[in-house]
Design a protein around this ligand. Structure first.
Ligand code: 8YV
Length: 328
C-alpha cells in the first residue's frame, strides 16, 4: 500500500524526519528555503498532511488549491499562522505543540526581563566597543527585579510559569490580566492578583506580554497603553509580533517614556522596525524563546507524532480544532 504523502515545510531534526519517513512519503525542505505563499501551495500539491512552523500560512487560498489536504501539524504552540475556521470548513485538522515548551519559554521570558532591567546587552556593547575606561557609581544602573511588581498580560501556561518564577524565585509582587480569571487555587499557587489592564499598566515595574495573537489582541500595547506605564518601567514581549505597535514603542523608548524593552518577536518579522534598531534601551532577540535543544526536539517530535497519530489512529494528540465526522 502506498504511504500517505506529507510535506515538511522547513528543516527539522534529521532523525525526526527519518521517523516520519517510516510512515509517510515525505517531501522535506531540509535546505530551509524561504518559500512564498505560492511556492508553499505548490509544494503542498498531492500532500495529505504537512508539518509547518509559525512562518507558514495555511489560509483559504492554499486550502482551495489543495483540496486533498487533511491535516497540518504546527511546530509551535501559537497557531496564528493558521486560518482555523477556514481549515475546519475545509475538513483539515490543525494541531500545535503545547506544554513541551512552557517552562523553557518562561525561562526565556525571565532571561529577557533580567537582560532588559539590568541593561546587560547595552553594557556588553559598551564594553566590546572599548568604551569601558573607568568604573562609575551609576554606570548602567538599571531597574530592580527582586521585590518589584511584575504585571503579566496573558495568564496561560507560560504566563503562569513566569508568575511562579517571579513570586517564588524573586519575591516579586505578581499582578496579572487575562481574558478569564484563574481559579483561586491557581492564583494562590502563582501568588498572583487579578487586576484590570489599566491598573496593570499603571502599577507594574515590569510588564510581560504572553497573550496569543488574534485580531482582538492586535496592538494590545500601543501609544495610549505606553503612556500609562511608569517612566521607570520595562516591557517584555515574548508573545507575538503585532501584540505591540513597534513604531509606537520605538518612539516611547527614544523619548524615555518607558525605561527599556526586551523583544523576542516583531511585527513583520524577520524584519525589525528600523527605529527599534536605533535605540539602545532595547534588547532584541530573533524569536528564540523556545530554543533549547531539548525543547525544540520535543516540539518537532510532538508535531511529527501528531501527524502519525492522525493518519494511523484518526486522532491527533494535541488538536486545535474539531472536525465533524472527520476521518483520516
Ligand atoms: C516557535 C513560538 O519557535 O511556539 C510558538 O508559538 O512562537 C515558537 O516557540 C515558532 O513559532 C516557530 O514555529
Amino acid at each position: 500500500m502506498n504511504k500517505p504523502a506529507v510535506l515538511v515545510a522547513r528543516a527539522i531534526f534529521p532523525d525526526v524526519l527519518q521517523s516520519l519517513a517510516q510512515v509517510f512519503e515525505v517531501e522535506s525542505n531540509q535546505a530551509d528555503e524561504v518559500w512564498s505563499a505560492a511556492e508553499l501551495s505548490r509544494h503542498m500539491q498531492g500532500k495529505v498532511g504537512a508539518l509547518t512552523t509559525g512562518s507558514e500560512r495555511i489560509d483559504a487560498l492554499l486550502l482551495q488549491a489543495n483540496p486533498q489536504l487533511k491535516m497540518v501539524a504546527n511546530m509551535a504552540v501559537g497557531y496564528n499562522n493558521f486560518d482555523v475556521p477556514a481549515m475546519t470548513a475545509a475538513g483539515v485538522l490543525a494541531s500545535n505543540t503545547p506544554d513541551v515548551l512552557t517552562e523553557t519559554t518562561a525561562d526565556f521570558g525571565f532571561a529577557l526581563l533580567m537582560a532588559t532591567a539590568r541593561r546587560i546587552t547595552e553594557s556588553e556593547h559598551f564594553l566590546r566597543a572599548g568604551h569601558w575606561t573607568k568604573w562609575s557609581y551609576d554606570m548602567f544602573a538599571g531597574a530592580e527585579v527582586h521585590g518589584a511588581t511584575i504585571g503579566i498580560l496573558g495568564m496561560g501556561r507560560i504566563g503562569q510559569g513566569i508568575a511562579r518564577r517571579a513570586a517564588h524565585g524573586f519575591g516579586m509582587n505578581v499582578i496579572y490580566h487575562n481574558r478569564s480569571r484563574l481559579s483561586a487555587d491557581l492564583e494562590a499557587e502563582c501568588k498572583a492578583r487579578y487586576v484590570t489592564k489599566e491598573e496593570l499598566l499603571k502599577t507594574a515595574d515590569h510588564v510581560m506580554l504572553v497573550v496569543p495573537y488574534s485580531a482582538e489582541s492586535h496592538h494590545t500595547i500601543g501609544a495610549p497603553e505606553l503612556a500609562l506605564m511608569k517612566p521607570t518601567a520595562t516591557l517584555v514581549n515574548i508573545a507575538r509580533g503585532g501584540i505591540v505597535d513597534d513604531a509606537a514603542l520605538a518612539k516611547a523608548l527614544a523619548a524615555g517614556q518607558i525605561a527599556a524593552a526586551g523583544l523576542d518577536v516583531f511585527e513583520g518579522e524577520p524584519k525589525v522596525h528600523p527605529e527599534l534598531l536605533k535605540v539602545s534601551n532595547v534588547v532584541l532577540t530573533p524569536h528564540i524563546a523556545s530554543s533549547t535543544v531539548k525543547t525544540r526536539r520535543a516540539m518537532a517530535q510532538l508535531a511529527a507524532d501528531n501527524l502519525v497519530a492522525y493518519f494511523t489512529k484518526g486522532q491527533a494528540l494535541t488538536p486545535v480544532n474539531t472536525l465533524n465526522g472527520a476521518a483520516a
